[in-house]
Ligand binder design. Structure first.
Ligand code: 4NP
Length: 156
């Protein structure tokens, strides 16, 4: 199983989702590869936003070694599931899909937590530290849900 987390800049939401899921699969010794990417190229090569790093550190999920990269078409081949943080990320990724099989891999992350809600992980970039903590808590719940589904064979 290979899972890619996608947001806009790959410096706030998706690196936290990536680092958090990575930590959980490692702790549980699950055979899952986790990575993240952004639909935009603004921050390619950069470490995550300092506020996201600080929030991860506060709750025990270090993400400082991750580096931003842009989503690319070959990611459809390299990953089984592509989880987007909001509907804008979703439509940007879907616009690059080559066929129906590519489209089937793309989902909104929070629909794992609340099916069909189409809820967004809100972009904290212009927000406060509270917004970053809220993102962390949402991603903690969503990644727990992904882990449960992987363990129960409900994510394929
Ligand atoms: P992310 O947040 O998509 O969660 O990484 C953002 C980071 C940077 C920008 C927007 C959102 N930006 O406009 O530079």
């Amino acid at each position: 199983m290979r899972i890619l987390m996608v947001c806009l800049g790959n410096i706030c939401r998706s690196p936290m989702a990536d680092g958090h899921l990575r930590k959980k699969v490692n702790d549980l010794k699950l055979a899952v590869i986790v990575d993240s990417a952004g639909t935009a190229n603004y921050h390619v090569g950069e470490a995550p936003d300092k506020r996201m790093i600080a929030t991860g550190a506060k709750f025990g999920t270090p993400i400082d070694e991750l580096r931003a990269r842009q989503f690319k078409v070959v990611d459809f081949d390299n990953f089984d599931l592509i989880y987007c943080m909001d509907s804008s990320n979703l439509s940007n990724v879907l616009s690059l899909a080559r066929n129906e099989a590519d489209c089937q891999k793309v989902r909104l992350l929070l629909n794992e937590l609340e099916p069909n809600s189409n809820a967004a992980v809100p972009d904290p970039y212009y927000g406060t530290m509270q917004d970053f903590e809220y993102v962390y808590q949402l991603l903690d719940k969503a990644t727990d849900c992904v882990i449960e589904k992987i363990k129960n064979g409900k994510i394929r």
